[in-house]
Design a binder for this molecule. Structure first.
Ligand code: FAD
Length: 481
C-alpha cells in the first residue's frame, strides 16, 4: 500500500488507557489523519503483569474500546512484541506516523527506541510524548546529575517547578480506518476462567476512564475533607482509591493535580487536606523517578549494604502471611482484603509488609512478588519502592529500628475493630479491646465470642516481643558489619 497525504496515523496505547489528557492521541487527532488505535499485550514484557492487574487491564481495555467507538474509532488489539507488531501494522496500513506516550522505565524505553528505529527505516515518522508523570526524571537531578533519593527535597523541588501543563481535552471525534482486524479481547487470556477468582474484584472496582474520572470528582467534591487524618483509617473510606486508575493511566497525574488545585482554590478550608493528598501523588512520582534511575528496583536493594542481609527462609510462615493466617488480626485482615478485592489500605500495607520483613525476617522481594500478583494497582515503581522503604533497604527508608507493632497499629487505626471484623469474621464477636490481641481474652470470653484459638483462628506465628528483638538484632548486625 502506498503512503499518501490521507495515510492513517497509528496511536499506540500503553499504560495510558484514556482519551482525555492523552498527548499522543491529541496530536494524532489534530493532524487530521484517520486514526488507528492499537494496544499490544506483550506477555513477555520485562515484568509480566500479575493476575489481578491482568484482570484490571482486560476491563480497562473493554472500557477504552467502548469510548473509542463513541468517538468514532475502534481499538485494534494484538498480542506479541509491540515494536514488531506496530512496525508491521504501519507497513500494512501505509501509516504515515505513529504516536505514543513514553514510559520512563528502561525496558519500556528500549521497546520505544526499537520501534522508532524500525519505523525510521521505512520512512514512518515517530511522535513521542511524555505522558505518565508530572515531571520528567531528567528535570529533577542533583548536582552530580543523579535523581534525588530523599522524598522531602524531591517534593520541594517538584513543587518549585510550578504547575505541570494543563490537561488536554479528549478529541471530540476521530476518523476511523475501516476494516482492520483485531484480536478478540478474550483471546489475550487476561481474565481468569477456571477457576474464576475475580468475583471480589468485580464487586470492589469499576475500571475505566469514565469511572476513574468520576471517582476523582467525587473524592474532591466530598471525600477529601478530613483526608490528612482519615487517610490512615482502614475502617473508613478516607482515601481516593485512585491508584489502579492511575496505574493504568485511566486518569493522568496532571488531571489529578489540576483538579485538586482547583478544588483547593474554590474551598480554601480544604487546602491542608488537598496538600496532603497531592504529596501522596508526589510519592507516586518519587517512586517512578527512583525506577527511572534503578530499572531493577524490584530485584536489587537501593542500599547495597542490604545485599548481605541474613533473610530467613521460612516457607510455612510465608504461606501463613499469604493466606492471612499469622494470628495478628490487622495483618490477616489486610492480607485477606488484598486476596478478595485486589487492594489493601495503605496503613495496613505498611503494617503487613513490616510484619513480613521484620517479625518474620523474610526477604522483602517475597512480599513484593506477592503484592505484584495480587494488587490491581501493582505498580513497577510504587510497589518495590515502598517495599524497600519498609525493609530499610530503600532510598528514603524507614529507620531500621522502626518495627511496627501490629497490636498497637490495629488499636490506633482500627479502634473499634470494624476493619478486622469485616475481613476476619471468625473474630467478629470479640469486643474492641480484645480484637487486636485475641490471645489476651479469657477462655470464657473466647468461648462466648465463638473463637477457638489455634483452631478457628491461629495463635500468633511469632511472639511480637521476640520477633521484634530478633529483627533489631539482625538489623544491628548489618549496621555494625
Ligand atoms: P490515596 O491516599 O488517595 O493517594 C492518592 C494517590 O497517591 C494514590 O492513588 C497513589 O497513586 C499515590 N500514593 C499514595 N500513597 C503512596 C505511596 N506510599 N507510594 C506511592 N504512591 C502513593 N501504590 C500503588 O499505586 N501501587 C503499588 O503497587 C503499591 N504498592 C505498595 C506496597 C507497599 C508495601 C506499601 C506500603 C504501599 C504501596 N503502595 C502502592 C502505596 C499506597 O499503599 C497506595 O498507593 C494507596 O494505598 C492507594 O490508595 P488510594 O488510591 O486510595 O490512595
Amino acid at each position: 500500500m502506498a503512503r499518501t497525504s490521507a495515510s492513517p496515523a497509528i496511536v499506540w496505547f500503553r499504560d495510558d488507557l484514556r482519551l482525555s489528557d492523552h498527548p499522543a492521541l491529541h496530536a494524532a487527532a489534530a493532524s487530521g489523519a484517520p486514526v488507528i488505535c492499537v494496544h499490544v499485550f506483550d506477555p513477555a514484557r520485562a515484568r509480566p503483569l500479575g493476575g489481578a492487574a491482568r484482570w484490571w487491564l482486560a476491563q480497562s481495555l473493554r472500557a477504552l474500546q467502548q469510548q473509542l467507538n463513541l468517538a468514532g474509532a475502534s481499538l485494534v488489539l494484538r498480542r506479541g512484541s509491540a515494536d514488531k507488531i506496530i512496525a508491521e501494522l504501519a507497513r500494512q496500513t501505509a501509516a504515515g506516523a505513529v504516536f505514543w506516550n513514553d514510559i520512563a522505565h528502561l525496558p519500556d524505553q528500549v521497546i520505544s527506541d526499537q520501534l522508532a528505529a524500525a519505523l525510521g527505516e521505512t520512512g514512518v515518522r515517530s511522535h513521542r510524548f511524555p505522558g505518565d508523570l508530572l515531571v520528567a526524571p531528567r528535570d529533577i537531578r542533583n548536582k552530580d546529575g543523579r535523581g534525588l533519593r530523599v522524598f522531602t527535597p524531591f517534593w520541594r523541588r517538584l513543587q518549585s517547578l510550578g504547575d505541570p501543563p494543563k490537561p488536554l481535552p479528549a478529541p471530540r471525534t476521530l476518523r476511523k480506518v475501516a476494516g482492520l482486524a483485531s484480536d478478540d479481547l478474550e483471546s489475550l487470556g487476561l481474565e481468569p476462567k477456571r477457576p474464576d477468582w475475580a468475583g471480589g474484584l468485580r464487586e470492589a472496582w469499576k475500571p475505566g476512564e469514565h469511572s476513574g474520572q468520576q471517582r476523582l470528582k467525587e473524592f474532591l467534591d466530598g471525600g477529601v475533607a478530613g483526608y490528612a487524618s482519615g487517610r490512615d483509617r482502614p475502617d473508613q473510606k478516607g482515601t481516593s482509591r485512585l491508584s489502579p486508575h492511575l496505574r493504568f493511566g485511566e486518569v493522568s497525574p496532571r488531571q489529578v493535580w489540576h483538579a485538586a488545585r482547583f478544588a483547593a482554590a474554590e474551598r480554601p478550608a480544604l487546602t491542608g487536606d488537598i496538600d496532603k493528598f497531592l504529596s501522596e501523588l508526589g510519592w507516586r512520582e518519587f517512586c517512578r523517578h527512583l525506577l527511572f534511575d534503578q530499572p531493577d528496583l524490584a530485584g536489587r536493594n537501593l542500599q547495597s549494604a542490604f545485599d548481605n542481609f541474613q533473610w530467613r527462609q521460612d516457607d510455612n510462615a510465608l504461606r501463613a502471611w499469604h493466606r492471612g493466617q499469622t494470628g495478628y488480626p490487622i495483618v490477616d485482615a489486610g492480607m485477606r482484603e488484598l486476596w478478595h478485592t485486589g487492594t489493601m489500605h495503605n496503613r495496613v500495607r505498611m503494617v503487613a509488609a513490616s510484619f513480613l520483613v521484620k517479625h518474620l525476617l523474610i526477604d522483602w522481594r517475597e512480599g513484593e512478588k506477592w503484592f505484584w500478583d495480587t494488587l490491581v494497582d501493582a505498580d513497577p515503581g510504587s510497589n518495590p519502592a515502598n517495599w524497600q522503604w519498609v525493609a530499610g533497604s530503600g532510598a528514603d527508608a524507614a529507620p531500621y529500628f522502626r518495627v511496627f507493632n501490629p497490636i498497637l497499629q490495629g488499636e490506633k487505626f482500627d479502634p473499634d475493630g470494624n476493619y478486622v471484623r469485616r475481613w476476619v469474621p471468625e473474630l467478629a464477636q470479640l469486643r474492641a479491646s480484645l480484637i487486636h490481641q485475641p490471645w489476651r481474652a479469657t477462655p470464657l470470653e473466647l468461648a462466648s465470642a465463638g473463637v477457638a484459638l489455634g483452631l478457628s483462628y491461629p495463635a500468633p506465628i511469632v511472639d511480637h516481643r521476640k520477633g521484634r528483638e530478633r529483627a533489631l538484632k539482625a538489623y544491628e548486625n548489618l549496621r555494625t558489619r
